[in-house]
Each structure stands twice: as C-alpha cells, then as structure tokens.
Design a protein around this ligand. Structure first.
Ligand code: DAH
Length: 342
C-alpha cells in the first residue's frame, strides 16, 4: 500500500508539472484527489489493513494529498507567469500605458457660431433663428427683391416641387420674421444654414452658413454700422483688422455697401490671395430699405437702421487661410483637429 501510494505521488507530480494550462491542471488534480480520483480509490483499501498499518498509511495518504495541492498551487503560479512573459515579448509590452480615448470636439463652424453669438451678446444683441424652408414672401418679396430679380432665378434657388416653398438662399428672411414679432429698438444677430443651386468646387457649396445682423431704432445710422462691424470683426478675425466700406447694391438696403478687410495673409501689403490689393471682400451691408420697413409695418419716417450679412465659411477661410470650402464638410479629423478648442 505504502509503495503504491508513493508511486501515485510520483505519477501525480509528473502530471501536474506537465499541465499546460489551468483547465488541464484542474482535471489532473481532480483525477487524483477528487471524489472519484485515484488516491480516493486507493484509500478505500485502507479498511482491509491492520490497525498498525492503518496508523502509518492513513497520515501518509493525507500528507500526499496536501503535497499534491501544494504542487498544483506552484504549477498554477508558474502557468500565470509563463502567460505574462509570453505577452511581454516582442509584440506586447504589458508595462506600456493604455491608449487614451479620443475626445470629441465641436466642429469649427459650430464653434465659430458660438463665438459670433458671444460677440454680439456682449454688444447687447439678441440671437434669433428662422426656418430653413422658407416662402417666397420672406426670402424675396418682403426684402424688396423684385419679381424679375436674378436672385429668384431657378439657377440660384432650390425650390420645392409642387408647393410654394424654397430653401432659403440667405439669412436675410430672418430679419423680416424678427421685425414681424419684435418692436424697435431691435438689435439681433441670426446665424444659420443657407442653400443655393451651386455646383461644388473649392469656393462653392450648395449648403453653407451665414449670419445676419439687424439694428433698428429712431436714430440708428451708418456710424453705428461701422462701429459695430469694426468691433465684432476685430474680435472674430484679428484685433488689428482694418475695414473699408465700398458702395454696392443689394435690393434690401439703401445705401448698400460691401465691406473689405485687410488681407490676413500679407497684412495689407498685397499678395496673391488679395490679388495685390491688400484688401479682401468680406460681407454685404447697408441701411435698411424703406420698402423693407414698410413690409413689416414700420414707418420709415420714424425708424431707421442697418443690416449686414456674411458667409461663415468664407470668413473662416480668410481667418485660417483655408483654400477649399469642401474641407468643412468632409469631416476629416486631420482637418478638424487643427482648430483650437476651449
Ligand atoms: N443677403 C445677402 C447675400 O446673401 C447678404 C447681405 C447683403 C445681407 C447686404 C444684408 C445686407 O443684410 O444688408 O448675399
């Protein structure tokens, strides 16, 4: 019996040492010391032994059981270390820190709209939005755009089929809607999407963003327009920016003007971007046309004011020297990640 037990211990130890993983190890342990295991089976023969033999063989059997458990523990620890060492080999360094999760950020256009809103809120302006699906009246008629004006042309405007609606071609209809629901004094800025039937190229996109400004009171004049635009554009683009007001035409303002700003590329010295003029065309503006005032029920003898409208992508392209509008809509992280975030 004693010899058999010692043999069993030897076979068990060899088997334990050869176990290749935890599952195998568990099976081996069970096949020796489990309820139906070899050691348990051997011990069933104990009852046939003399008392004297029982006193020797009994404790020996228990000792073997304990020893085997210790061997199993050792082998299990060895297996863990082997697995860890295998992972720390050439292909995997378990001591390296993990990958940082990628944190999301605001799109540069969203971010810039927030900056526009902050800037105008600080100048005591309200923020308003209007519908992107507009009617002819708000997009054109109320803005003094005559029936035969080229802006109404099928070439520029995206009209809905069978219903009298269109996708707004500018943010100017929000002026009308705001004046319909608010009495002067009015100070409002309206950012949003606009749509035009344009083919996509480096400077055109069928959808882009604008922001519209409107200020109406009894004595609001051109000096206010210059002051507000200078403060706002210096804050939004560059603190040293100079503005130049050039006479122009838009049906909804009289007089109408375009504003040029000093070229951010050459600082006004003249370069290929500004075609050597030192100036870049930035936005349209003017004093609100009396017909527009009348269309919202305001007496042009009593009230006057200014309006302006600017393209957001265009402004960002000038500010950050971006040469292709499509970059804003492709959402390549390598482009988006270059914009500062707070
Ligand atoms: N709505 C014009 C456009 O989309 C921009 C514009 C020009 C807006 C002059 C104005 C303005 O409010 O006074 O091209």
């Amino acid at each position: 019996m004693k010899v058999k037990l010692e043999e069993l211990r030897a076979t068990a130890i060899t088997a334990i040492a050869a176990a290749k993983n935890d599952d195998e190890l568990y099976e081996i342990e069970r096949s020796f010391t489990g309820r139906k295991g070899q050691l348990t089976a051997l011990l069933k023969g104990l009852k046939d032994l003399s008392n004297e033999d029982k006193r020797i063989v009994g404790p020996l059997a228990n000792k073997i059981k304990d020893d085997l458990q210790i061997e199993v523990g050792k082998r299990s620890a060895e297996l863990k270390k082997e697995a860890f060492d295998a992972m720390s080999g050439a292909f995997f360094d378990a001591s390296l820190p993990g990958n940082r999760p990628v944190v999301g950020r605001l799109h540069p256009i969203t971010k810039f709209i927030q900056e526009i809103e902050d800037t105008f809120l600080s100048l005591n302006f309200d923020i308003a939005e209007g519908p992107e699906v507009e009617d002819d009246y708000h997009n054109f008629t109320a803005l003094n755009i005559p029936e035969d004006h080229p802006a109404r042309d099928m070439q520029d405007t995206l009209w809905a089929k069978n219903i009298p609606y269109l996708l707004r071609t500018h943010t100017s209809p929000v002026q009308i809607r705001y004046m319909e629901s608010h009495k002067p004094p009015i100070r409002v800025v309206c950012p949003g999407r606009v749509y035009r039937k344009d083919d996509v190229d480096a400077t055109h996109s069928p959808m882009f963003h604008q922001f519209e400004g409107l200020m109406i009171d009894k004595t609001t004049n051109l000096a206010h327009l210059k002051g507000i635009l200078t403060v706002a554009l210096r804050r939004l683009i560059h603190p040293d920016l100079e503005l130049r007001f050039r006479s122009s035409y838009f049906p909804f303002v009289e007089p109408g003007m375009e504003v040029d700003v000093t070229c951010v590329m050459c600082n006004g010295d003249g370069c290929h971007v500004c075609k050597r003029s030192g100036w870049i065309e930035m936005l349209g503006c003017g004093m609100v046309h009396p017909n527009v005032m009348k269309s919202v029920g305001l007496d042009p003898q009593e009230y006057q004011g200014f309006a302006f409208g600017a393209g957001i992508e265009r402004l960002l392209m000038i500010k950050f020297q971006i040469n292709d509008i499509r970059l804003f809509f492709e959402n390549d992280p390598r482009f988006l990640e270059q914009f500062p975030q707070i």
